[in-house]
Design a binder for this molecule. Structure first.
Ligand code: CA
Length: 535
């Protein structure tokens, strides 16, 4: 821990009411260290962990972010390390009597003139990448689809230089599931809406087994997808008196089809099908579009006590820039906002939006309760090692990713985005499930903050990763795209990092820059949220 001896002791207090501050120094601070205000540490306090600024009597609240993050289990002397074992977690606040749209902030001033180069789709959405996706109705076909994708990448993709990638949308759903259970709508609409993600250009192709519960027509019923049959939408169709925008039939290769004699017949059918879509995708070109076409999903993972001090506030500042530009931003992760629900319902644009948020929280409370659990199941050993004592403290740091704009819309898990502005997309906090559900909502760019460090990436959208600490950004120099640790180093401000992130988003969205996860092709598999029973 050489740096703690060279840097003056630095503690960070988030709010005037706080009776604790966190130690910022790399390596922590030794017992006996005198802080600039004169307080002397009674214990060694690790980096990111809390020190009592005043004596805290037993049963008194411990305050960080101006919020009670716990009650002292015993008397805590000033200068002590306030570790998680000294804190009793407060009960979750009830969902009755919450403030509904009580804060009506001045509208944020519009931000005009920012653009990026994107792929405009027939349905009006815009892709940041040009990718052929292979939708699958059931896990059974994943191996065959994967085999075909390897051949497509080796034999076909090099002929289509404007197409970025071919992605198999493998998943664990489709059969052996209670498909008529009410909650089955969650995984089904998730898969449907992922197929329609803007980065796939509306070129939906499906590989099906044949006997599965999730039949292709159930996954993508007529009318659910907005694909124009470009093979028949020209003069011939007009001459025939047909509606030029008639919907094409769903393009499906069914492996159990009698026509397939042997494995290679299946692979070749998928390749022939893929080639037709690649031809059309390859004809697409990037065009200049306003920044309002960005659909950004923000989330955090591997959080630490700096998440709420550096990276998440910088993302929150950038969220405001995006909303001011007319773009769409989603924040998510139910258990990581549950303890801040009163802040969020107050910030809702209308009482209806606030009620929708409460409905999602209540659904999730019941879901956890059914499993004999509650919100305290969130927080990992790494979170705690990074200084986060419990989910209340974690939530206060997580929620700031949402910035300050009014919350104008709420999505249930797996739903597609309906409006621009700031949306609360209810998802579990699990990184892979949150990312999968934000993909379904239609994100074309993902921002991910981390303090402990995660190499997370997705095949379908660029993931910009933001480190909370300079130490992480230095060690993981070829995995982290932005270092927000400079905020506590004193060399940048939250605003500086927020603006830098905004400019980087436009570069990445335009394809002029690749994220580190794209560079190394780090792709976490899709993970569906299936709250319904398995048979
Ligand atoms: Ca997460």
């Amino acid at each position: 821990m050489p740096e703690s001896t060279t840097q003056p002791p630095l503690t960070l207090r988030m709010h005037d009411r706080d009776n604790v501050a966190i130690v910022a120094n790399h390596g922590g601070l030794a017992a006996g260290t005198a802080l600039p205000g004169g307080l002397v540490l009674v214990d060694r306090v690790p980096q990111g962990h809390k020190v009592a600024l005043v004596p805290i009597p037993a049963h008194a609240p411990v305050l960080r972010y101006g919020t009670t993050i716990g009650l002292a289990r015993q008397d805590i002397a000033a200068g002590s390390w306030v570790h998680e074992r000294l804190l009793a977690m407060p009960d979750a606040c009830g969902l009755d009597g919450l403030p509904l749209a009580t804060i009506q902030p001045e509208p944020l001033p519009p931000l005009a003139g920012y653009t990026f180069e994107g792929y405009r789709n027939a349905d009006g959405s815009v892709g940041t990448r040009n990718i052929l996706a292979i939708t699958q109705t059931v896990q059974c076909v994943a191996g065959v689809a994967d085999f075909a994708v390897k051949r497509i990448k080796a034999e076909l993709l090099p002929q289509f230089s404007n197409v970025d990638d071919v992605v198999a949308l493998a998943h664990g759903y489709g059969c052996g599931v209670a498909i008529d259970a009410p909650d089955a709508i969650v995984p089904i609409r998730t898969l449907r809406n992922i197929s329609l993600n803007p980065n796939f250009g509306g070129e939906v192709m499906v590989v099906s087994l044949g006997c599965e519960k999730l039949q292709p027509e159930r996954l993508l019923p007529p009318g659910s997808f907005n694909i124009v049959d470009q093979r028949h939408s020209t003069d011939a169709a007009a001459a025939a008196g047909a509606d030029a925008s008639a919907q094409a039939p769903l393009d499906v290769v069914c492996l159990q089809d009698d026509a397939h004699i042997g494995f290679m017949a299946m692979v070749e059918a998928i390749m022939r099908q893929a080639e037709r879509h690649l031809v059309r995708l390859n004809a697409r070109r990037r065009v200049t579009v306003p920044a309002s076409e960005l659909v950004v999903g923000v989330q955090c993972g591997g959080s630490d006590a700096f998440s709420g001090v550096t990276a998440n506030p910088a993302v929150g500042f950038c969220t405001d820039l995006l909303v001011r530009s007319g773009a769409s931003v989603m924040f998510s992760e139910v258990t990581e906002v549950r303890d801040g629900i009163a802040q969020l319902t107050a910030r809702a644009a209308t009482p209806e939006v606030a009620q929708a948020m409460i409905r999602e929280m209540a659904w999730y409370d019941a879901y956890l309760q059914r499993g004999g659990s509650d919100r305290s199941a969130n927080t990992t050993p790494g979170n705690k090692q990074g200084g986060l004592s419990n989910i209340v403290e974690k939530a206060m740091g997580s929620i700031v990713k949402s910035g300050s704009a009014p919350i104008s819309n709420v999505l249930a898990p797996g739903e597609k985005l309906r409006a621009k502005g700031l949306t609360y997309a209810a998802t579990p906090a699990s990184d892979f499930i949150c990312g999968t559900l934000q993909l379904a909502a239609g994100m074309n760019l993902h921002v991910f903050t981390t303090g402990r460090g995660t190499p997370y990436g997705l095949a379908a959208v660029p993931v910009i990763k933001v480190a909370t600490r300079t130490d992480l950004a230095r060690r993981w120099h070829d995995l982290m795209d932005v270092n927000a640790g400079t905020i506590t180093d004193g060399t940048t401000s939250i605003e500086d990092v927020g603006w830098a992130l905004f400019h980087l988003m436009l570069e990445v969205a335009s394809g002029r820059k690749k994220t580190w996860a794209e560079h190394w092709q780090l792709h976490n598999p899709l993970v569906l949220f299936n709250p319904a029973p398995i048979t």
